[in-house]
Design a protein around this ligand. Structure first.
Ligand code: UD1
Ligand code: CA
Length: 450
């Protein structure tokens, strides 16, 4: 089978410089969703017809093993399919999909394909308000042709069964039918929909198939429709998660833009966003307003509210946040505590180590059972290069310490509060900067004049 994805249209009503099929749904371009569905059907060839937005569309989906066909100018859906013709393989059937209809299920398309057999099958739906769609005109119960709204009579406009645009056609017949299309219609376009009437005239059977839900056929023409489909998608993801045993405080307030894998008894509070690949182990709790991108969180860990985690690995039994930021390359072993307003980047923490308040730990290897005091900062950047800080096991770092990298604090060492550590500290030592404290008695603070 061949799959042709029509994606050359402009999408004027999006009022955007971004080509319509590149607008994201659940974090991925609309077209990427359609491609994934197409791929699930294992077709011999996938062809994408692009045009509006030009090379940006191609460039946004690098590495896709598809035949790209440019349609320029865009003279209608029939003209679009005709551009793809030379690319089509010998596969008996050609499935036409739209790049802006992202939620069609592969199972529905498989059903459409089976229904087509040697002939044609069209995916249709009954809509309470069919405005804007092509109408399915039947004669004696059988599909006779499709008429576009703008070309329809008042009686035809009253028909509520509409063309979703998705259809399966016999490849061998396509060249003949497409050559016979004319643009003598209201939009002066070559309508793919006119192929249905031609098939019927040639005695080829046309079957109409209905999907499980209307959402499968909804296209995106405006920002409002895009947002609507996003909610449809997210509701389905939330339902799947709950079905798998995940507790969601509110299934309407979770966004998964990628893949979220959860163990048993995971609980997710409201307004959390999961991007890329996120794995949550058994009994992980994610409090409100956390954003996780490409993260692995092991069992029994709790993320307090407002944590931001990206490309990070969090061990078992950790406590993170509230307001923690774990940046790429963060690896926490088990039972680590990273508290409020702590930023960690490209650093490892050994078991049971703690950085509970207001710290920056970057490019560091922190051992086990380390205490990083409030206000501690690794000075990892000298304006040109990044340098590493090594903090060995059982080190205690007093509050308001600066660690000027590259520097190593030896095992079991203690850093006094307010120290600038600019040389390595031997194991077991106490490091401090000698300072004095002077107290002058009877000091008169300047006063504002009344
Ligand atoms: C089309 C159908 C209509 C159907 C509706 C469903 C035709 C003539 N009409 O109408 O029966 O009810 O879809 O949404 O087919 N495209 C190209 N090149 C072009 C024109 C369009 O690639 O020259 C692509 C668009 O990017 C889009 C799809 O084809 O993915 C449909 O185009 P659109 O303009 O949205 O068609 P409608 O007028 O909505
Ligand atoms: Ca449309």
């Amino acid at each position: 089978m061949n799959v042709v994805i029509l994606a050359a249209g402009q999408g004027k009503r999006m009022r955007s410089d971004l080509p319509k099929v590149l607008h994201p749904l659940a974090g991925r371009p609309l077209l990427a969703h359609v491609l994934a569905t197409a791929r699930a059907l294992a077709p011999g060839r996938i062809c994408v017809v692009y045009g509006h937005g030009g090379e940006r569309v191609r460039a946004a989906l690098p590495g896709e093993a598809v035949a790209w066909v440019r349609q320029e100018p865009q003279l209608g859906t029939g003209h679009a399919l005709a551009q793809a013709l030379p690319q089509l393989g010998a596969g008996a059937q050609t499935l036409v999909l739209y790049g802006d209809v992202p939620l069609t299920r592969a199972a529905t398309l498989a059903q459409l394909r089976a229904a087509a057999g040697e002939g044609v099958a069209v995916l249709t739906v009954e809509l309470p308000d069919p405005a804007g769609y092509g109408r399915i005109v039947r004669a004696g119960g059988a599909v006779a042709r499709i008429v576009e709204e703008r070309d329809a009579t008042a009686a035809e406009r009253a028909i509520r069964e509409v063309n979703t645009g998705i259809m399966v056609l016999p490849t061998a017949r396509l060249a003949g039918w497409l050559a016979r299309l004319r643009d003598d219609n209201a939009q002066r376009e070559y309508y793919l929909t006119d192929v249905i009437g031609l098939a019927v005239a040639d005695g080829v059977g046309v079957t109409a198939v209905q999907p499980g839900s209307v959402a499968e056929t909804l296209g995106v023409n405006s920002k409002a429709q895009l947002a609507e489909l996003e909610r449809v998608y997210q509701r389905a993801v939330a339902a799947d998660l709950m079905q798998a045993g995940v507790s969601l405080a509110d299934p309407a307030r979770i966004d998964v833009r990628g893949r979220l894998e959860c163990g048993r008894d995971v609980a997710i509070d409201v307004n959390c966003v999961f991007e890329g690949e996120v794995v949550l182990g058994d009994r992980v709790a994610v409090a409100a307003n956390c954003v996780l991108r490409n993260a692995r969180v092991a069992a029994d860990t709790r993320l307090e509210p407002f944590c931001h985690v990206e490309d990070a690995d969090i061990g078992a039994g950790c406590r993170v946040g509230p307001y923690a930021r774990l940046r790429p390359g963060t690896k926490l072993a088990e039972e680590v505590h990273v508290g409020n307003f702590v930023e960690v980047k490209a650093s490892t923490f050994g078991a049971r180590s703690k950085a509970n308040h207001l710290a920056y730990v970057g490019d560091s290897a922190v051992g086990r059972d380390v205490n990083v005091g409030a206000g501690t900062i690794t000075c990892n950047y000298d304006g040109a290069a990044k340098h590493r800080t090594v903090i060995e096991d059982e080190v205690f770092i007093g509050s308001d310490t600066q660690l000027v990298a590259p520097v190593t604090v030896g095992r079991g060492a203690t850093i006094a509060a307010g120290t600038t550590v600019w040389k390595d500290v031997p194991p077991g030592a106490l490091a401090l900067n000698e300072k004095t404290q002077v107290a002058r008695g009877g000091y008169q603070r300047p006063r504002k004049k009344k």
